[in-house]
Write a protein that binds this ligand. Structure first.
Ligand SMILES: O=C(O)c1ccccc1NCC(=O)[C@H](O)[C@H](O)COP(=O)(O)O
Length: 216
């Protein structure tokens, strides 16, 4: 946490990038297990870099996993589970929550612009990750597009007991504006810090520390 602001660096595939994120002060390291992501990592590769990862909470990111897949990720020792999903999966959400626990579940509903946030989700997860919406059915994150900051600000104000993470195109260039406009206290950085999908730019990662140090 820097000046009261937490951040996650997501889409990691290499130990050296994870180390750079830790040195920049990242609070969470995200690893994406969605097979259709250009920055996916599989469990074998994750286990091979695991001994070289820094002591920073690790987040397994998936899209609507079946319970077997989720339990495999749980077995790999992740601290949190960030699940993206199309709206309407109420039974699945309940089952994910039962499996990993409400405190460790981060829900990232794929919310079309006209659809209101469903407060029932808060029964199952203490944390909501607010991401950009893309119409394409297989696209859930890592698009570099900005999410709906107004809707985020409202949802965060309406449900202050919940932890809200602002995602979607957050970059060293717009992070300060995002904090100011939304009241967010946890930001998610991903494609804006990349040289190419899954490969981070270490200089861009360190810029995050510099800019958050300047927040007043
Ligand atoms: O990044 C992906 O490829 C991805 C694919 C499917 C589900 C989630 C994914 N990313 C999860 C994240 O937490 C990202 O950091 C978030 O979507 C924001 O990414 P970006 O718009 O690049 O900042």
């Amino acid at each position: 946490m820097i000046n009261g602001i937490q951040f996650k660096v997501c889409g990691l595939t290499r130990a050296r990038d994870a180390q750079a994120a830790a040195e920049a002060g990242a609070d969470y390291l995200g690893f994406i297990f969605y097979p259709k992501s250009p920055r996916r990592i599989d469990l074998d590769r994750y286990k091979s870099i695991q001994p070289r990862l820094p002591e920073v909470p690790k987040v397994a990111v998936t899209v609507a996993p079946d319970l077997y897949t989720l339990s495999q990720l749980e077995g790999a020792g992740f601290d949190f589970f960030q699940i993206h999903f199309p709206i309407g999966l109420s039974e699945e959400v309940e089952a994910w929550s039962k499996l990993v626990g409400k405190e460790r579940l981060w829900l990232a509903p794929k919310l079309p612009p006209s659809v209101a946030f469903n407060e029932d989700l808060l029964k199952y997860a203490d944390t909501i990750l607010w991401d950009a919406f893309k119409q394409d059915k297989d696209t859930y994150g890592g698009t570099g597009s900005t999410s709906d900051w107004n809707a985020f600000r409202e949802a965060k104000a309406n449900y202050p007991e919940t932890k809200w993470i602002l995602a979607g195109g957050i970059s060293p260039e717009n992070a300060i504006e995002a904090l100011r406009e939304t009241g967010a206290d946890c930001l998610d950085f991903n494609s804006s810090l990349e040289i190419e999908p899954g490969i981070k730019d270490l200089e861009r990662i360190s810029q995050v520390r510099v800019l958050l140090s300047e927040v007043d």
